[in-house]
Ligand binder design. Structure first.
Ligand SMILES: *Cc1c(COP(=O)(O)O)cnc(C)c1O
Length: 367
């Protein structure tokens, strides 16, 4: 058996007719930028997320970047970010000239360790960016409490967790402004680059609308230094179709994750993902940990199973961040995770047999 890490074609083909129809409508409509398809999707995503405003933007990185900019965060400001996130979260902080301040993740949930946030705060701290990594919601109750008591902004990085909940509220609805990505492989993915910002604050929504469109509200009148970071109408129309299936697809991901949990339990050499109480994990990724990671990955590859590592090098050790002066050992939890994590295949169309096949291989490796 050959099993890819993910099969987007497999997921997308079931709604091919519907997508082509919506694309045709967009094609005939002739309004490809900031048109009615974008407005429609923004409304639908707001309802889905339980927020007042959604602003479609070009991708997840731009969503984070504009979110930071809309809050006025800039040079001299510090932003708290988990030390084990995807580089985009950190690069967005750099893009506005602010300084990323890394806080270690909790070794069990892989999300930011709330007990370590307070110690990282200084007079320059302006914002916390919790990342719902792999689809696991952060403890937003505690994070919002810390933010409130220190007058900090919160931007959720919800790129990996569309549809996840904490205390029955959706991720992407807690922070002042929240960013998400519709990169094709995300739980809700476009057929190209796309992203969005969600907020309940009308003045921030207004500012973000300008920032994504050359700083302009009225054509050829430019109020602020803006960007071109708009979400295309054709992508928005595709996202409208796919949004209707998101909960169903997330349930399929959860089903696959539970099968893995069943088939893989009791192997002493591996640690399975933990699911926190009071939250729902949407398993953007199914990530196990083992000290024999590299050998296991090779064994699975030899047997036709593709796996990936999210992520092999933590941000503080990337060449791009040499200037911050960090060294190996500065963030031991993030470093330990990067050396032991392995993401197994998971996508909504994956079959139970495929999960069983992979699990049996892992069992036989450790025998
Ligand atoms: C994918 C991702 C992003 C960036 O999204 P793009 O659309 O690829 O720019 C940001 N943060 C996290 C955690 C992501 O997984």
């Amino acid at each position: 058996m050959k099993i890819p890490f993910v099969s987007l074609v497999d997921t997308n083909k079931k709604i091919k007719e519907e997508i082509l129809l919506s694309f045709e409508k967009c094609f005939d409509d002739g309004n490809y930028i900031l048109g009615r398809n974008l407005q429609k999707f923004e409304k639908e995503y707001s309802i889905f997320s339980g927020v007042k405003y959604t602003l479609g933007v070009s991708n997840g990185f731009d969503a984070l970047h504009v979110a930071l900019r809309s809050l006025g965060i800039s040079q001299g400001d510090e932003v708290i970010v988990p030390s084990n996130t995807f580089i985009a979260t950190v690069l967005a902080i750099s893009a506005v000239g602010a300084t990323p301040v890394f806080v270690e993740p909790d070794i069990k949930s892989y999300t930011i360790d709330c007990l370590k946030i307070r110690a990282a705060l200084t007079l320059k701290t302006k914002c916390i960016i919790p990342v719902h990594l792999y689809g696991q919601p952060c403890d937003m109750t505690t994070i919002m409490d810390i933010a409130k008591s220190h007058s900090l902004f919160v931007i959720e990085d919800n790129a990996q967790a569309q549809g996840a909940t904490h205390n029955k509220l959706l991720t992407g609805s807690f922070g002042n402004v929240n960013a998400t990505s519709f990169y094709p492989g995300k739980n809700l993915g476009a057929l190209g680059d796309a992203g969005a910002i969600t907020t309940n604050d009308s003045s921030l929504a207004k500012r973000i609308k300008m920032l994504r469109n050359y700083g302009s509200e009225i054509k050829y009148h430019h109020e602020v230094l803006g960007f071109n970071m708009r979400l295309d109408d054709c992508q928005a129309s595709i996202l409208s179709v796919k949004l209707k299936y998101l909960n169903e697809w997330n349930s399929k991901r959860t089903h696959i994750a539970f099968l893995y949990q069943e088939y893989l339990k009791g192997i002493p050499e591996i640690i399975l993902p933990c699911i926190l109480p009071k939250s729902s994990h949407v398993f953007h990724l199914y990530v196990i940990r083992t000290p024999e990671r590299d050998a296991l990955q090779q064994y699975l590859s030899n047997n036709g199973v593709e796996t990936l590592i999210h992520y092999p090098i933590p941000p503080h050790l990337q060449n791009a961040y040499k200037n911050l002066g960090y060294r190996k050992g500065d963030f031991p939890v993030a470093e330990e995770l990067s050396n032991t994590l392995l993401s197994l295949p998971i996508w909504p169309g994956m079959t139970d047999d495929q999960v069983l096949y992979i699990s049996d291989l892992i069992r036989s490796y450790f025998k």
